[in-house]
Design a protein around this ligand. Sequence first.
Ligand code: KIV
Ligand code: ZN
Length: 505
Amino acid sequence: MSETRNITIFDTTLRDGEQSPGCSMNLAEKLELAQALINLGVDVMEAGFPIASPGDFEAVREISSTMQGTTFCGLARCSDKDIDRAWEALQHAERSRIHVFLATSAIHREFKLKMNREQIIARAVEGVSRARSYCDDIEFSPEDAARTEHDFLCEVVEAAITAGASTINIPDTVGYATPQQMGKTISMLFNRVPNIDKAVISIHCHNDLGLAVANSLAAVQSGAGQIECTVNGIGERAGNCSLEEVVMALKTRQDFYNLETNINTQRLVPTSRLLTSITGMAVQRNKAIVGQNAFAHEAGIHQDGMLKERTTYEIMRPEDVGLAKTDLVLGKHSGRAALGDRARELGYQLDAEQLQEVFDEFKKLADKKKEIYEGDIHALIQQRIHGGETENGWSLVAFDVKATSGETPICKLTLTRDGQEIIEEVAEGDGPIDAAFWAVEKITGLEITCKDYQVRSATLGRDAIGEVLVEIEYQGTVYRGRGTSTDTVESTIKAILDAVNRIES
Ligand code: KIV
Ligand code: ZN
């Protein structure tokens, strides 16, 4: 058998993922996720698109100049301004890569760029050469490569490699390809581009037909050496190739692919959960690898088989993706050290002050609830880290909600601002949640619209923590908020305040 090939994992959660609706992050959140991606072991991290906005620039600069342990990449169109800005953001990184892209398909040439084939090649060469004048590690992407004529794609790829690109990424920008076709396209490039051995071939698939992972696997099977992907598969429209799925496919079926990655797979679930808690975008319960049901066995026959021999119905071990063996974790008498250990196992690095705060909440919860599960611990920690309960801004002092059949629901709300002023208001609504929204509006003076409201339980049981995720719109911008409590009305108010505090931060 030939030697096992190592596949480079290029993570674009902070770029392609972050640019999709509902996934935007602030600088602190990007820094936290970037550290988690380094701990996960990604080989390349595309930290943003520096020319896109001052926020993107700042994020790429801050992440790449303060962190180590991966190659930091910034995206640029094939223009001097973009490339210069990307380098400005990346110049202090220990290892950096500029990723230059230019569309090559007939549709994009004709309608978007209004350029002919010769102009595209000339621009691609100029862009790669300029990027190369700054740094040795250059990636070039012929955007919409999957719909580009093969002859022309070969010409562009050859020219980009000659100009100095060391990675050629083949994007299926609109998620149009199928696995067999993608495999053939990659093989075609290996057969027809004379200098192909001077570059690593990469694959970047979107999931419009639900084929992003399958297409990426077909590409590496045909010789591609890098996969571009995102945590939880977030990204434009239906998203990108899901990192956890493609990595576990390669690991679980190494017998077939004979490929490996540098990903620390035990960090997959914690990283997925961190992203969910930052963006408020939950994955579906039955999502492969990281969904709540991914390792749950419901049918009696399956449970029986599992008890006799795990591999009858399980192709991966939950612990290999970072799921604890047992869900029941702690009880009323558990101490701070046990909580700290458990938090570490779940992937959180809490300092002493954070641990104390989470422990105080844990004790309150343990008084209400006999058994504390993994989901409760996640909820408590995430509320502490991402719940918006800051010393500055609005926070909840007390609430009194009345919802009686046949009567108008009413919410009496007491809030404090910056831990000082105490303000109380009463509001009516169509329901108790609506009344809570109105009461927040009255107190804060902000006119907000609720765009999305989701409630779910963090764990099993009637006494489970209820987690509320809200999206509110204020003056045309959408803000996310998250709140947790065993009382869903309280979770709701906390979530609204979390979102309101983001408006004002
Ligand atoms: O989907 C795409 O084509 C991209 C490129 C910028 C690589 O994201
Ligand atoms: Zn993309």
